[in-house]
Design a binder for this molecule. Sequence first.
Ligand SMILES: Nc1ncnc2c1ncn2[C@@H]1O[C@H](COP(=O)(O)OP(=O)(O)OP(=O)(O)O)[C@@H](O)[C@H]1O
Ligand SMILES: [Mg+2]
Length: 409
Amino acid sequence: MDRHLVGLLLGTEEDWPAAFETLMRRLGPVRAGSGEEHAFDVERITIEPFDLRAKPRYNLVIDRLAYWYYVPREWLKKVALMDDVYLLNSPFTFQSMEKHAAYCAMMRLGLKVPETVLVPYKNPPDHAKWAYTARRYNQPFDLDEIADRMGYPLFMKPYDGGAWVGVTRIKNADDLHVAYDDSGQRLMHLQKAVEGYDVFARSLSIGAETMVMKFRPELPMHDRYEVAYDFLPPSAGLEVLAISKLINAFFRWELNSCETLVAGSEVYPIDYANACPDIAITSLHYYFPWAISALLKWSAFCTVSGRRPRLDTNTRDYFDVADSDRSYGDKLAEYARLADAYFERDWYEEFCATSLASLDEIVRDWVASPDFDALLVDTVKSTYPAHEQDHFIAHFRGLLSLWVRDNAK
Ligand SMILES: Nc1ncnc2c1ncn2[C@@H]1O[C@H](COP(=O)(O)OP(=O)(O)OP(=O)(O)O)[C@@H](O)[C@H]1O
Ligand SMILES: [Mg+2]
């Protein structure tokens, strides 16, 4: 029997890792198409000095740390370059391709990213060469004139942001100057606001799968994802799906979320570079069983199939489509085809239908089990103050009972 070790690089999260470990245990060994058995072990990775030539034991690593913690980030680079360990996600493209690069690439491919301008630092970076360089080469600029040209309302937000830090909606010149003064040493984008959109669609992609969800950014986190069905016109739904797949395949991101604003039949992507998307049960609730099974399925597929991690990108294939005289719709269809090819979608689906044929039943049993309820209760207890716990336990139990209803055989 082949054994595959999945490593988890974790920070403060306890809910989804415990869920993932439990579900892997409940799944047990699986049989590949050729008949041989494969078993999975899951282990939480610890952080310690490492020899660059040491051989890691892991076949695949799910990373939740590299976006801020450089020891595991550099270990990930080492195991990717030297040992072919499969990573969700690769720090190579997530470090170099942040929100700004993602905007540029998707504009190049013809997506309807709102007009965006990069504004130089309000306060200069601390560097001995700055004063001379700026005196010699920095052009004076008129921020009001840029904003007037773009037209209010605007958003000012960090070029590489996350978690809504430093994001401001700007209605007029006063707001503009307050936000710019506050930005300090942070490099900012000024972006045209998409006004009066009908739906905020947030999609979570895990490997070859994408879940498009209705998002309400104005509500507290536990209420932001609404349990909603058919909330997009069919063509916009397909477009959001195609855009999500495209972005992930283009950058080799395999665990990522993508935000699009849908106004009528128009789809505007506004944020789609989240190296560590929120997958907490208290955020995803109804969608949590899907997320954990998708993580399990993709981990199993990549290890059992021997899928090789790709550190290189094939941007030219996408640019060739972008530069062709196809219509926007035809380009999107072609991007989606390239993305499906990258994720080996057909093979993945066949693997799920055969080697993981019992998984749906296993997930149903698990979600209905005392194990799962205990996980929910423990997570609520460690997330909310004592006087809110009963309320939230009932709230999430209600949402998960919807999942049980919708996924009954
Ligand atoms: N161009 C825009 N038009 C309309 N709303 C916008 C625009 N840009 C940002 N927003 C609003 O501001 C929020 C935060 O912006 P953005 O997602 O770019 O930042 P972030 O720091 O990555 O946030 P998060 O980590 O929560 O996704 C969005 O969820 C959206 O509600
Ligand atoms: Mg966002």
